[in-house]
Design a protein around this ligand. Sequence first.
Ligand SMILES: [Zn+2]
Length: 160
Amino acid sequence: MGILERITRNIDNRCWDPGVKAFPVKNRYTAGVAGQKFFEEIKENGKFYGSRCEDCEITYLPARIYCERCFARLEEDNWIDVGTEGTVYSYTVMHQTKSGDHKEVPSLIAAVKIADSLLIHRLGECQPDDIQIGLPVKAKLKPKDKRQGGIEDIEYFKPL
Ligand SMILES: [Zn+2]
């Protein structure tokens, strides 16, 4: 799902009109103010935006509007570019599909530590034997014209 357009009338959020027959929508997910900033910056500028609490000396990624430790409000002044590089904090090698079938080429999934947070994503341009805890990696983003404002705008993380 890409970035949602802002609505100006509440009634616009009550149903989705596919052009044939409208049906009611009960719930709708948004990334929130800070989450939207995170996805917009990836889409438009290829940057990762986090938020910094100076009192706790912690930087969250994606950006948040409150510090999880001291509950201080993190205003836009606290939102910072944290770069697209990190280190492998943990990883797994998947040899099976969701249905249990054997995968010819295993998938590599990692928790990548960026700033003081973890992003779970794919690893690419490497083999399972190349990976180790602490391995420096960098995000490989889709070309700008293919980005939609979602986590899939990151193709994978690759070793530096
Ligand atoms: Zn704090």
